[in-house]
Structures are given as C-alpha cells and as structure tokens.
Ligand binder design. Structure first.
Ligand code: AMP
Length: 546
C-alpha cells in the first residue's frame, strides 16, 4: 500500500524559498573581488537568483546543460548556483588552483556550455579559451563599471545579465533526481573524474549536515564557510546555512590569517569551516598579534587530518570547539564529524581525548564498514583497521560518463580509498590514505599518526611522512618538516620528542628539513610531489641493512 503523503520534490530552490520567506532579513556578507564588503539579505538572494535563472533561460540554457563556474565564495557565486540549478541545469565548479592541462581536460570532458568567472580568473580563461570549444559565452561576475579589457570572446557582464531577467520568473518543477552540481575529484592517479550531485542528494545532505551532532546549524548562527565553493560542494554550507536561516559571511579571495580574522571579528562569526592549512595561518596570526577569538564557538576542520595540536590550540587557548570532519567529493562531501555523544560519561579524560582526535561519527544517511584485502568485514573494536567503504543517498554510485566503470561492491558500498578503524562507540579514525600508508616488513605504519605527533613539537610548523624504499623492510618512514620561523631544531631533537609516544618500530628512520611542503589544489599535503622529490633519498638505516 502506498503512503498518502504529498509528492514534494526535494529541489534546491525550495531551500532558498524557505530562507527568503522565514529568514528574509538575515544577511549575507561578502568580501568582493573588487574590494568593498557587500551585504544583502536572503530575500535579495532569492530575488536575484530567480532573475538570473530567467536570464539564463533567455541565454538558451536548458535543463541538463552543464555550466562552468570559477569563482570565490561570494553572493554572486551563490546566485549563479541557485539560478542555474533552479532551471534544471548543472553548476560545474572549477578549482582555479588546478594546472591548465587539468582545467582544459575537465571543461572538455564535462562539455561546459557557458562559463561564469570572477574577475580574478579572466587571465586563466583567456589563456585557455582556444582549447575549450564547447563554451558559448563567458559571464564575468562583476558590474559594468568593473568590466575588464579582455580577449575573451562572447563576454557578458553578470550584472547586465541579471538586469535582463524577469522579476516574476517562477521556478519550474522537475524530478528531484535531476543533476544540479558537478565537481571533479583531484585523483592522484589517472584523469580527474566527475561527481554529479542531484537536487535530492544536495537537500538530503544539507539536512544531515545541519543535525545537532553534526554541524548543529541554527538561525542564530553566523557562519563563515572558508572552504571554497569550488571544493567538494563547499561542505554543503550553500544549502545548509540558508536551510537553517543562519547569517552567512563569504570571505571572497582573501584567506590569509589577518583577512580571515578581520571578518570573524567584525561580523561576529560563531561558526566557520576550512582545511587545516587555513587554520594554521589564522593561529599563527593570532599568536603573532596576541588577539583573542571571543565570538567563535566552533570550527569545522577537515579535508585532511586535523593535527591534535591544532585541536588543543583552538579549544584550550581560544575556547573554540573543534569539530573534526572527514569526507570526500564523492560523499557530497561530509562523511563523519567528531562531536561527543551521550553514554561516554564513564570514560576518563585521556580516553575522551583519544576519541576527540578521531574523524568522528557518520550522521544519519551515511553507512560505514571496514574490510580486509579479501573483502571480509572487520570488527568495530577501534584496533582493527581496513579499507573504509560507505553507502548512502548522497554518495556517488558512478562517475560522470561512467569513468572508472563500476565503483560499488555487491552490497552497494563505495570504497573510499582510505584505511580506518571503527570503534565500539561508532567513531571512525582515519589511519591513512591506502596509497600513503607505509608498508614496513609486512606491517602498516600510519603516516598521519606520525605527522600529528611531529607537529606537536613546538618548533615544527608542518610535517609530512612518506615511505622511502628500504632494502630490508621494503619501506621505512621519512619525516619531512618545515620549521617555525626563527627555530632550528636538530633531527635528534625531533626524534627524541617522538620517542616513547609511538611504537619503537614506527619511529622515522630520518628527518629532512625543507622550506615548504607542497600542497594539492585542495590544500592537502601532496605526497605524490614529496615522493617524487625524495625518490632517490637514501635512509641512513639503508646502508646498515645492506
Ligand atoms: P576530496 O575528495 O578532495 O575532498 O578528498 C577526500 C580525501 O581527503 C579523503 O578520502 C581522505 O583521504 C582525505 N580526508 C578528508 N578529510 C580528512 C580528515 N579529517 N582526516 C584525514 N583525511 C581526510
């Protein structure tokens, strides 16, 4: 027997309608590429997104068309998302930090029809346009006054485009499974692969993200997503914040410590989110300037492992709760968030700290399992670690154009490529990326654990650990450090600091100091680059073993 509830498709414009109707006066504050701070409300966002949707329809954008964007977090980019998605077209966000060849591949693979870009990215697209035959026009996200001289062909000014849209345009209705967003995974091997979000998956994911034990979003919050809208669906904030009616602060192009601090302070932001490298810059800025952080009550940190020293710095020095989160582009992207749950009262402070360092628990709508190399499910005892697979309605079931073939196992689980533990309380701890784990004498050493420990040394700013070939053990860990300005610890200092805190056989065989650790376009440590740089590195222990 069928239930008798209404068939109300989960379309993303319904989120905007809700925000405009019930939180119409809540502000969206943006640092613009042109310079000044811009402010308006959800009512304005909704009105202008509809006008833009109407203008895009007039431009010939149809249901199913893929439209590229390369833009910072700001109100015009949000309008582009809602306006394009609202007519059944797909927003394809591009990461400007990718190399030209990757961008070229991605735009051509997706066959982007039109392209929205911020002023900052005009030179990139000018250089690429001859290699992008599918693009019919470029829309520069500024007003007529700031339109640049450009060699881009078929250029439109965003504000002029919006002006041409109809005020009385109303959103069309269509199937909630219609695609609405697209993001290519960085992929350390092979070509990038397109992940295609649907209206339904984005709405469900936003509901999951907002839950009390997840990000805990409320209308009283003032949220600053520093995580870019071109990285993994901006961790859902473009949907989850309006859904809750929270005030939004969009940082635009400036993500250095001083600029981020300025917005946190002047806009009274109480919730923010980004990768650890952003928080490294903020914490350094706070240390140097001795400034307080009184209004920020929680910070979501993910995208790569949050070092425990960073959790301590925020929680102990600034009384800001860290919510350590894990996820991936394929998961919309949130997969787990670390907040304490009921029933842990019997645990000691040390035991709670062990939990706090983990990547957390999945919200409703994410199922997890860990398996061994043969696919056998491993126990949830916090000790056994294996391949982490996930299942849920906001998790990819295939890549765009079937790249990579079948990606689910017989039970419908997606292999994340991460190795992790699951404990009896439901908390997941990432051991490593399966490609990065160090295989020493048939046993596995977690590079993340070693990195977390090394950055706890007061002189170390950033650390990375890679496996280096070893004649006896196959691979042994090499610790690579960037030291804080004015510090010059010796190898021995750092190894002594680590001694006793990890199993003896996990101790790095050597320490190398470099000026800068290479990062990927999404802010992760690039182990690929490091492995290339250290390919011929000879460990001191290698000679002894020969
Ligand atoms: P991306 O799709 O670019 O967001 O990358 C997803 C990958 O980033 C995951 O599969 C993990 O390897 C890594 N990752 C994300 N968050 C964390 C975290 N909190 N701790 C460790 N690794 C993480």
């Amino acid at each position: 027997m069928e239930g008798l509830m209404q068939d109300w498709p989960l379309l993303v414009h319904t989120v905007l309608d809700h925000a405009s109707t019930y939180h119409g006066d809540r502000e969206i504050v943006s640092r613009t590429v042109e310079g000044p701070i811009h402010r308006y409300t959800y009512k304005d966002l909704e009105r202008r997104s509809r006008k833009l949707a109407s203008a895009c329809s007039k431009l010939g954008v149809k249901n199913g068309d893929i439209i590229g964007t390369m833009a910072w977090n700001g109100y015009r980019h949000m309008e582009a998302w809602y306006g394009i998605m609202g007519i059944g077209a797909v927003v394809h966000t591009l990461n400007p930090r990718l190399f030209a060849d990757q961008l070229d591949y991605i735009v051509n693979h997706a066959e982007d029809q039109h392209f929205f870009l911020d002023l900052s990215f005009v030179p990139i697209l000018e250089g690429l346009q001859d290699r992008l035959p599918s693009i019919k026009s470029f829309i520069i996200m500024t007003d007529e006054e700031h339109m640049p001289e450009t060699t881009l062909r078929n250029v439109t000014c965003f504000e002029t485009l919006v002006e041409g849209g109809d005020d009385d345009f109303s959103w069309p209705s269509f199937d909630e499974n219609t695609a609405c967003g697209m993001c290519y995974t960085s992929g350390t091997t092979g070509n990038p692969k397109g992940v295609l979000y649907s209206h339904r998956s984005n709405v469900l994911h936003a509901l999951a993200a907002g839950q009390g034990d997840a990000v805990n979003l409320k209308s009283l919050d003032c949220v600053m997503p520093v995580v870019p809208m071109f990285h993994a669906n901006a961790w859902s904030f473009v949907f989850s914040a309006p859904m809750a009616g929270a005030k939004m602060v969009m940082p635009g192009p400036l993500m250095d410590g001083a600029s981020i601090y300025e917005l946190l302070d002047t806009e009274a932001v109480n919730l923010t989110a980004a990768v650890p490298t952003v928080w490294l810059m903020l914490l350094q800025h706070l240390e140097e300037t001795k400034k307080p952080l009184p209004k920020l009550d929680r910070v979501v940190i993910g995208g790569s492992a949050c070092p425990p020293a960073m959790i301590e710095a925020f929680e102990k020095n600034y009384d800001t709760q860290v919510i350590h989160a894990w996820g991936m582009t394929e998961m919309s992207p949130l997969g787990s968030l670390c907040t304490f749950k009921g029933g842990l009262d019997h645990l000691s402070e040390d035991q709670l700290w062990e939990i706090k360092k983990k990547q957390g628990r999945p919200p409703y709508m994410v199922e997890m399992k860990i398996t061994d190399d043969d696919g056998n499910v491993l126990p949830r005892d916090g000790v056994a670690f294996g391949h982490l697979s996930v299942r849920g309605p906001a998790i990819a079931r295939a890549y765009f154009k079937s790249e990579g073939g079948e990606i689910l196992d017989a039970d419908g689980f997606f292999d994340t490529g991460d190795v992790s533990t699951l404990d009896e309380y439901g908390y997941m701890g990432i051991t490593d990326r399966s490609k990065d784990v160090i295989k020493s004498g048939g046993e596995w050493i977690s590079s993340i654990d070693l990195e977390n420990l090394a950055v706890g040394h007061p002189d170390v700013a950033e650390a990375a650990v890679i496996g280096v070939a070893h004649p006896k053990w196959d691979e042994r860990p090499l610790l690579i450090c960037v030291v804080k300005e004015g510090c010059s610890p010796s190898k021995q200092d750092i190894l002594e600091f680590m001694t006793g805190k990890i199993a003896k056989w996990w101790m790095p065989d050597d320490v190398a100091f470099i000026d800068e650790i290479p990062h990927t376009a999404t802010g992760k440590i690039s182990k690929l680059e490091l492995r290339k740089s250290f390919v011929d590195y000879e460990l001191p222990t290698a000679q002894a073993a020969e």
